[in-house]
Design a protein around this ligand. Structure first.
Ligand SMILES: [Cu+2]
Length: 277
């Protein structure tokens, strides 16, 4: 028997017992958001941007009721969720369903089968995905644990972009182990000082806090896969955040910045070898 769960605290679901959860698309044209000095009215779900994190367990089946109170049609897609033999809840508009019209609702049956890690959900109609999206954290099934050391803390970092570009991200001197490269599939840990992530991709990484107490920048920039000279029409500002140690220390005047760890942008266009065939 399904019963609705409150969405304010996210979805807390347990393996073996399919329970209902409800997402509402509301106040679609009324949410005024200011980012980078620009104020706009945007489409949001449950009045939040980015959208809320949905927590599930591997093996869960989640029913999501979508109520479209906005003025644009949309669908929701569960990015990275394989949903074997369940295409009718996959979400691509005009492929497996018609868009949910304003004033209508639709219930998705989302089957979490083999995924474990972080994936995400997003709208799938025109540009609605720009603002209608959020993370999905698939926890290990009840009674099981992940094959990696349990971290002291967990954070979700979303890199927003309006460009279909790769990004590289680094955390000053902190060791990063990639444990899931794509769509919540575990892999043998890859130790690195930076990650390269593509549009729509999710990664699970373990960060080892092996530096002295202090504040450290994490930084990301776009990675250009063609002639960099052609990309001069927009802002290339790096995106940064500060990772801060707890404890008793005098913060540096400027947090450490991972300049040397971010690989340079460069063309990856294949070059023809000359003189050989
Ligand atoms: Cu997607």
């Amino acid at each position: 028997m399904c019963r609705p769960l409150g969405m304010a605290a996210g979805l807390a679901l347990h393996a073996g017992s399919a329970r209902c959860a409800r997402l509402e698309a509301q106040h679609v044209t009324n949410k005024i958001v200011t980012r980078l000095c620009e104020t706009n009215s945007i489409l949001v779900v449950n009045d939040r941007f980015p959208g809320q994190t949905i927590h599930v367990r591997k093996g869960d089946t989640v029913f999501v009721n979508v109520y479209n109170y906005g003025d644009m049609q949309l669908t929701l897609h569960w990015h990275g969720v394989k949903q074997p033999r369940n295409p009718w809840s996959d979400g691509p508009e005009y492929v497996t369903q018609c868009p949910i019209q304003p004033g209508n609702n639709f219930t998705y049956e989302v089957i979490f089968s083999s995924e474990e890690g972080t994936v995400w959900w997003h709208a799938h109609s025109d540009w609605t995905r720009n603002t209608v999206h959020g993370p999905i954290v698939v926890h290990p099934a009840e009674g099981t644990t992940s094959p990696y050391p349990q971290p002291d803390a967990e954070e979700i970092i979303i890199l927003e972009t309006c460009l279909p570009q790769m990004h590289t991200q680094s955390m000053a001197n902190l060791e990063i182990s990639i444990i899931a490269l794509k769509d919540a599939s575990y892999l043998k840990p890859v130790v690195t000082s930076y990650i390269m992530i593509g549009p729509g991709q999710t990664m699970n990484v373990l960060v080892t806090a092996n530096q002295s107490l202090g504040q450290y920048y994490m930084a990301a920039h776009q990675y250009y896969t063609t002639d960099i000279a052609t990309f001069d029409g927009y802002d290339k500002t790096n995106v940064t955040a500060i990772l801060q140690y707890n404890g008793d220390y005098k913060p540096p005047t400027t947090p450490y910045y991972p300049t040397s760890m971010l690989p340079p942008s460069r063309t990856t266009t294949p070059e023809l070898a000359s003189g050989t065939s």
